[in-house]
Write a protein that binds this ligand. Sequence first.
Ligand SMILES: CC(C)(COP(=O)(O)OP(=O)(O)OC[C@H]1O[C@@H](n2cnc3c(N)ncnc32)[C@H](O)[C@@H]1OP(=O)(O)O)[C@@H](O)C(=O)NCCC(=O)NCCS
Length: 187
Amino acid sequence: MSGNLSGPISHWAGMTLTIDKAPAMPAVIRRLVAADAQDYRTIRLAALARDPDAFGSVYDIEVARPLSAFAERLASSTVFGAFLGERIVGMAGFKTESGPKDCHKAFVWGLYVRPSARGQGVAAALMAALIAEARLSVEQLTLAVVEGNAAAIALYRRFGFAAYGVEPRALKTETGYRNEVLMARVL
Ligand SMILES: CC(C)(COP(=O)(O)OP(=O)(O)OC[C@H]1O[C@@H](n2cnc3c(N)ncnc32)[C@H](O)[C@@H]1OP(=O)(O)O)[C@@H](O)C(=O)NCCC(=O)NCCS
């Protein structure tokens, strides 16, 4: 993780992470497992409904999926949840590539924090947990973020991601095409 680590503490998967922004209430970060599928589905659908432009998937398709599909995604990806009390307020995941020549990389996806919990370091805590875990198994992280998503791009830069290109018209939505900024970070 880049930057100086100081300040309040967030607990994650038995480890203690220190994040450098004071949340009103420290978020507990832990990996989501199949048993969290209902909570994961709830926040995933909220993300797609609230910020449709930030994601490649669409609400109408995911809302029709059975709960088992969400449980399977939690098994095939590494997804972290941020909890304030019992409530899941944020999530972020990575999926390791599967080919013989690209399995040293993982793709970061699905970062979202509920509007009511933003600006308190929740995404930063999620990214710190994600990077610490990814380091154990891969050498490099990549991601794609819609051009113009200043908050997310600033967050990724803060965590050491650098843009290496822009895919023009990467997404086609009901309101037009969206370019995506492609970013990577060597761990
Ligand atoms: C992007 C997002 C995850 C940030 O969540 P958050 O919990 O509010 O972020 P944090 O409070 O942890 O902020 C961490 C860093 O992110 C950046 N950041 C967060 N919100 C920002 C904003 N509104 N403007 C500029 N930078 C911002 C800053 O670098 C910040 O560090 P700083 O406060 O020390 O400057 C949140 O706004 C969100 O869920 N957006 C909609 C979904 C989305 O865009 N996901 C990304 C898909 S690729």
